[in-house]
Design a protein around this ligand. Structure first.
Ligand code: NAD
Length: 298
């Protein structure tokens, strides 16, 4: 069988960011201000620092304003909540993102609940989760929305396709399953207690793996021709003499590519989509706050 088509998430994300930059410039021209994203980082987790830096840079590159708030790890919950409250009322800020995980002692759910749902561009607020559950417009978490864009680009209409989502987290698995259901796929959610996972996955025309276990999904789990979206980002232990291990997904890429019809690589697949969709959600928020109609197809 021929090798799977490799879905180039980086190229897709770059094209989306270029379109967003054009819309952001048009917005700024009409509204007299740039769309703005506030990113809050508490503590000095190295991975979080990299993510926050990347989000700020991506914002500026797309012609959006980035407001970074870096707070010490011993910040009190009251101080964090009062910053969120200030950002909720700041007319320059359209989106608020508090980088997770928060240092021990800070209640993540309380902080998410404090963000105005209309500025919750991460889509983590219970109001936005509820809107997604009942089919109302709201902010959808960036990673699953990015996966959906790649799937629709590859497959067009998903009606009647069998989809298996492995993982049921609030930020990836659950919203992913809801989006697929909304797109008329027949959806199975698999998780750590699922029996005969390989057999469940073998039925799927679409596999979305969001587990966090390196190369868990093997090639012989994949139905020939299936579309495989690998959300996992796992770092393997470093090879001898190397400082860092290789990044791999939740899917054994080489094996799965020999069977699948299309597959996202790690890195360069889903990862770049997450930040691009964050910018997209921020722009949507900006249009809403300005009382303007967002361009079609955003
Ligand atoms: P999580 O730990 O919150 O959830 C993992 C899910 O996997 C759970 O629902 C659990 O039931 C399921 N699971 C665990 N072991 C399993 C097993 N043996 N078989 C089947 N299911 C099992 O993780 P998450 O936040 O949803 O993230 C999942 C992965 O996606 C991680 O590797 C994470 O780094 C990555 N991720 C990537 C992006 C991105 O931008 N590409 C964004 C978010 C998360």
């Amino acid at each position: 069988m021929a090798e799977a088509m490799v879905i180039d998430g980086k190229a897709f994300a770059d094209a989306l960011r270029a379109r967003l930059a054009e819309h952001a410039a048009a917005f700024a021209h009409q509204a007299g201000r740039r769309p703005g994203l506030a990113v809050v980082l508490v503590g000095d987790d190295p991975a979080s620092q990299v993510y926050v830096g990347a989000k700020g840079k991506a914002c500026e590159a797309a012609g959006m304003a980035s407001f970074e708030h870096r707070l010490p790890a011993d910040t009190s919950e009251a101080a964090l909540l009062s910053l969120v409250e200030r950002l909720n009322h700041d007319p320059e800020v359209d989106g608020i993102l508090v980088q997770m995980p928060l240092p021990a002692g800070l209640d993540e759910q309380a902080v998410i609940a404090a963000i105005s749902p209309d500025k919750d561009v991460d889509g983590f607020h219970v109001i936005n989760a509820g809107r997604l559950a009942v089919g109302q417009k709201g902010f959808v978490p960036c990673t699953p929305l990015g996966c959906m864009m790649l799937l629709k680009d590859r497959l067009g209409d998903l009606s009647g396709l069998d989809a298996v989502v492995i993982g049921r987290s609030n930020i990836v698995g659950k919203p992913m399953a809801q989006l697929l259901n909304d797109a008329n796929a027949t959806v199975t959610i698999a998780h750590s207690r699922t029996k005969n996972l390989a057999d469940v996955v073998r039925r799927a025309d679409i596999v979305v793996a969001a587990v966090g276990r390196p190369e868990m999904v093997r090639g012989d789990w994949i139905k020939p021709g299936a579309t495989v979206i690998d959300v996992g980002i796992n770092r393997l232990p470093p090879a001898e003499g190397k400082e860092k291990g290789r990044l791999v997904g939740d899917v054994a890429f080489a094996e799965a590519s020999a069977v699948a019809g299309a597959i996202t690589p790690v890195p360069g697949g889903v990862g770049p989509m997450t930040i691009a969709v964050l910018l997209r959600n921020t722009l949507v928020a900006a249009y809403a706050h300005a009382g303007m109609t967002a361009p079609a197809g955003l």
